[in-house]
Design a protein around this ligand. Structure first.
Ligand SMILES: Cc1cc2nc3c(=O)[nH]c(=O)nc-3n(C[C@H](O)[C@H](O)[C@H](O)COP(=O)(O)OP(=O)(O)OC[C@H]3O[C@@H](n4cnc5c(N)ncnc54)[C@H](O)[C@@H]3O)c2cc1C
Length: 454
């Protein structure tokens, strides 16, 4: 059995315990509501460090939290009394421009990944916030601006290097460990530590970004108009409707700051000259209060919300998949959206149509290919004193939407108290996921996640 001293000798990265400087920061994750105290945080430098960390947790029968970007809202990137395998120092990206592929180490954020690939004029579907990790986001499915054109992030995953519970390093792909490769594409962190991902890349360099603010009492018109347009809009349009309190940004009239709005955020990755025309049906949905339309590097749009969403906010989220914006669904949004209680809190309805629908429900572990929207009610606020009001807003909104939605939800947006919805979240794929889990992690070493119990 490895001791802590032996672990320190085996790894190159820092090993941080309560007695070490930096522990307070090392134990924390992005969600400031999470207040856990792991026994040890290992800042892994390479695959060998990951192997040693996994072995230490397994042999000492300690809980093991794997941390990529630390964005898990339920706080799966830390634990009490266990081991944290922190990948954040493993952030190399190697682009093969001729093959249009990229290997990226598991500790990258979308910010570091997009920056590295931008120089080659290449991108793949990733999250809308730069500080989110590629690790958790990819393993849960991956929804973002480029999804309508290129599919979910998992639809662009070509291979993964994995450290398994029994201490092997394997490469999972269509040709090697195919069951593991299938399960990794949507099954979350249940099957091992992915130390590197290989993605298919697409020619995306500069995009046209658009943000449109409409009066909140016109939300029903905005949502109905958006819903009709996005069904067949050009695939290079990534756009989602939301509710948002106006931040003090220069393009918003000062008298509107602090008021709630119905908004649409858009990214056009097709030919730049077509952008304004493609945006027109979005912006014509209702009279505009403010708009921002500008060409910019794709990584700049990806980083646009990061200042609004620093680490340490309180987070409580709920999610549903919806087949359509029916009049009943729109009525719920029009009632609850305008009550958004904090500047950072929001509702986003991400379209997962277009290329996401080209993949069969059982081709990857992500089953809800027939959904049109992955909707997230994301409570995010700075002051713990406001917890009750914000959590109540999320729960009431969710309670009203749930009867009108498909069962289950997107695992990456699910809350810590949603474990009972996992079978529905995986639908037709749940039983096969359990089988693969039994093969690769029969002892459930990887259980600090939306857990598929072997
Ligand atoms: C501000 C914000 C914006 C978001 N935007 C989007 C979005 O646009 N699209 C979207 O699809 N989702 C989005 N999400 C949800 C996001 O996908 C999940 O929170 C995801 O789990 C974050 O991954 P991470 O690596 O940052 O998190 P972590 O907390 O580090 O990890 C999350 C889970 O994944 C596992 N994990 C992480 N990396 C690895 C790895 N390399 N190997 C094995 N297991 C691993 C962890 O064990 C844990 O269970 C957003 C979340 C936040 C907070």
């Amino acid at each position: 059995m490895t001791t802590l001293d032996q672990l320190r000798e085996q790894v190159r990265g820092p090993v941080v315990t309560e007695q070490d400087e930096g522990y307070e920061q090392a134990r924390r994750v992005y969600n400031g509501m999470i207040d856990r105290h792991p026994k040890v945080v290992v800042r892994c430098a390479d695959d060998t460090d990951v192997l040693a960390t996994v072995g230490y947790a397994r042999d000492n029968d300690l809980a093991l939290a794997v941390r990529g970007g630390a964005h898990s809202v339920p706080g799966f990137g830390t634990n009490d009394g266990g081991v944290v395998c922190d990948l954040s120092a493993m952030s190399a990206v190697l682009v093969d421009p001729a093959a249009r592929t990229a290997w990226a180490q598991g500790g990258n954020t979308w910010g570091s990944f997009n920056h590295a690939t931008y120089g080659y004029g290449l991108a793949t579907t990733g999250g809308i916030v730069a500080s989110t990790g590629i690790g958790g986001l990819t393993l849960g499915g991956g929804i973002g601006y480029l999804a309508r054109a290129h599919g979910l992030t998992i639809d662009n995953l070509l291979a993964a290097r994995v450290v398994t519970a029994d201490g092997r390093v394997v490469t999972a792909s269509a040709d090697s460990e195919p069951d593991l490769f299938w399960a990794l594409r949507g099954g979350g962190g249940n099957f091992g530590v992915v130390t590197a991902f290989r993605y298919r890349m697409h020619p995306v360099r500069d995009i046209m970004a658009g943000i449109f603010f409409f009066p909140v009492d016109r939300a029903a018109d905005v949502l109905a108009s958006y819903d009709a347009y996005i069904a067949d809009a050009p695939a290079e349009l990534g756009a989602f409707p939301a509710f948002q309190i106006a931040p003090p940004l220069p393009f918003i009239p000062p008298q509107e700051h602090g008021k709630p709005f119905s908004i649409v955020v858009a990214c056009w990755s097709g030919p730049m000259e077509a952008g304004e025309k493609v945006f027109a049906p979005l912006r014509d949905a209702a009279p505009l209060v403010a708009e921002m339309v500008a060409p910019m590097p794709y990584p700049a749009l990806n980083a646009m919300f990061d200042e609004l969403l620093p680490a340490g906010l309180q987070h409580y989220w709920k999610t549903v998949f919806s087949p359509a914006m029916t009049p009943e669904v729109i009525e719920v949004h029009a009632e609850h959206g305008p009550r958004v209680p904090a500047l950072q809190s929001t509702m986003h309805a991400y379209p997962i149509n277009g290329a996401c629908h080209d993949v069969a429900p059982d081709a990857t572990a992500f089953a809800h290919r027939d959904a049109k929207y992955a909707t997230v009610i994301a409570g995010m606020w700075p002051d713990p004193a406001d917890n009750d009001a914000n959590i109540a807003w999320v729960r009431d909104y969710y309670a009203a939407l749930r009867p009108l939605s498909q069962s289950g939800g997107y695992v990456n947006f699910m809350a810590g108290d949603d474990q009972d919805k996992l079978r529905d979240a995986y639908g037709v794929n749940y039983d096969r996921l359990v089988e693969v889990k039994r093969r690769y992690d029969p002892g459930n070493l990887f259980r600090d996640n939306q857990n598929i119990v072997p």
